[in-house]
Design a protein around this ligand. Structure first.
Ligand code: FAD
Length: 498
């Protein structure tokens, strides 16, 4: 497709990371014309390797990427192991504790982002989006008081304008496109941390069945992550307070080794390991000032998703979850706006309301996780307060760190599956009734039986219960007058609509 000067799309997206490619796929699947401008050539390096079940089984399934992700051979993550709080011993949680993630979907993946992000970007293309790599968005184009396109420069440095009905900034935390939305980027005072990280070969693994878990361990100056990316490669990073910045000044590699030496659990796991010193994984990197949120997420014609909008501390691996969930919420608003019916203002307020809600749930809980240096029961209690659930403390905690604590059905693997089973059996019952009503001689007596439809409904409940171990409820709006997702999860409908 021609994307030269004067090209027009329904949506133009700056950035082809998880946020941009999720949004592009979710809008293209509804038949709209989408262009993704990505400044890098994929595969490209990115940090953020530990994923949540909500991304793998929720968002990836909705956008059609689940099979490709499953085939990639990523390390399976059953949960997390933490040396955190007053107890000197590590403690472990598994996603399977929550009925919302129980059954065949009670795991996530630890991913090499170079591979994972390429799968999602290719998937956006398969869904129908046009992707142009090595094209850098430079500024937002405005017309008639709203965002109406993007200026970008191609690989040769030539400038172009592409017009679109909606512009999405998914360009991560380094680009400056987000400023066009207005408001301020509010940096967190509480999470003014910095991270120093690298990759190691032959690090030890936790005992089975937890060898694929993320391991996080506190030490005097902060905490470490230890993420198994394959049988031999491990991502290892230290998060320390910004006031300790001088610790890593000069030689980041030396600083990383020094910090490892101060954390006995991590030093033990790396006793026989060597740092990978070549290729994309060969560098010791530093990131700082990564916890912030924009005070405004959208204006007419323009919406921010992913790190362009917000990010908070990595201890619960919530970055890709927030990025892909935010992208899905924005895609619903864009799809509904393009279809007409509901007002743009109402649609994008729904996006912002839900996205901020999820961000704040993580933010608040992370604060108590950092501040409460007591035992693990306290974290579970705090999670219970924040998620508002009536179930056990452990379940509430696991749902939060699994990314399914919001009443967002599409992200809750068990509930989404139950909903699909329900709609498939309703469809089957309808088809059976139609055949029976047609009076055809070939109709099986079974289809004509009076209790057929009820039997179908019962078997659907039994199937859902057998697979996911619980009863499932219907989706509720976040508050009175707000919207719920459509059956395919790609648009909004008013709560009263069927
Ligand atoms: P990105 O992944 O940054 O993608 C943005 C894309 O936009 C890039 O491909 C970039 O090349 C492109 N781009 C940039 N500027 C332009 C432009 N002007 N025009 C066109 N394209 C452009 N998250 C987790 O889920 N799990 C973790 O374990 C985890 N650990 C983390 C550890 C640290 C220390 C940090 C800082 C973050 C961590 N994260 C983690 C967060 C995670 O890295 C991000 O939240 C996630 O990558 C956000 O995805 P995104 O698509 O918004 O942005």
């Amino acid at each position: 497709m021609d994307v030269g000067d004067g090209a027009e799309f329904d949506v133009v997206v700056a950035g082809g990371g998880p946020a941009g490619s999720t949004l592009a796929a979710a809008v293209a699947l509804r038949g709209h014309r989408v262009l993704v401008l990505e400044s890098a050539r994929f595969p490209r390096y990115q940090i953020g390797e530990s994923l949540l079940p909500s991304t793998v089984h929720g968002v990836c399934r909705l956008i059609g990427a689940s099979d490709a992700v499953a085939r990639a051979g990523f390390v399976r993550k059953r949960g997390g192991t933490f040396r955190w709080g007053s107890s000197p011993d590590p403690w472990t949680f598994s996603f399977a504790v929550s009925p919302r993630m129980a059954g065949p979907t009670s795991f996530s993946y630890q991913v090499e982002r170079m591979k994972f992000d390429k799968i999602l970007l290719d998937n956006a293309q398969t869904a129908g989006a046009v992707v142009r790599e090595q094209c850098t968005a430079t500024r937002v184009f405005d017309a008639d008081g709203r965002a109406a396109g993007l200026w970008y420069s191609d690989a040769g440095g030539a400038e172009h304008l592409v017009r679109a009905r909606y512009v999405v900034d998914a360009s991560g935390n380094r680009s400056r496109i987000y400023k066009s939305v207005g408001g301020r980027r509010e940096y967190s005072e509480f999470f003014r941390n910095l991270a120093v990280f690298g990759y190691f070969a032959n690090g030890k693994r936790l005992p089975e069945p937890n060898s694929g878990n993320i391991f996080c361990s506190t030490f005097g100056k902060g905490w470490f992550w230890y993420i198994p990316l394959s049988t031999s490669m491990t991502s290892v990073g230290a998060v320390i307070h910004r006031e300790l910045a001088e610790e890593i000044q000069g030689d980041p590699e030396k600083a990383l080794y020094k910090l490892i030496g101060e954390c006995p659990h991590i030093a033990g796991l790396l006793a026989d390991a060597t740092r990978i010193a070549e290729g994309e994984y060969g560098q010791v990197r530093i990131r700082k000032d990564y916890s912030y949120h924009q005070s405004q997420f959208w204006r007419p014609g323009l919406v921010l998703v992913g790190d362009a909008a917000c990010f908070v501390d990595p201890v619960f691996s919530s970055g890709v979850h927030l990025a892909t969930m935010g992208a899905l919420l924005a895609a619903r608003s864009i799809n509904s706006a393009l279809a007409g019916g509901l007002s743009e203002d109402r649609l994008f307020r729904e996006f912002e309301l839900r996205y901020r809600h999820e961000y704040h749930v993580f933010y608040k809980y992370l604060m108590s996780f950092y501040a409460m240096n007591v035992d693990k029961e306290s974290y579970f209690w705090q999670a219970r307060k924040i998620t508002g659930g009536s179930h056990s403390e452990l379940e509430a905690f696991v749902e939060l760190v699994g990314g399914v604590s919001s009443d967002e059905f599409a992200l809750s693997p068990g509930e989404a599956m139950a909903r699909r089973i329900s709609s498939e059996s309703a469809e089957l019952a309808r088809a059976a009734r139609q055949i029976a009503d047609s009076g055809s001689d070939s109709v099986l007596p079974l289809l004509k039986a009076s209790g057929f439809a009820q039997a179908m409904q019962e078997s659907e409940k039994v199937l859902a219960r057998a697979q996911f171990g619980g009863e499932f409820t219907t989706e509720q709006p976040l508050s009175d007058g707000t919207l719920i997702s459509s059956d395919d999860g790609l648009a909004w409908v008013a709560a009263s609509e069927p």
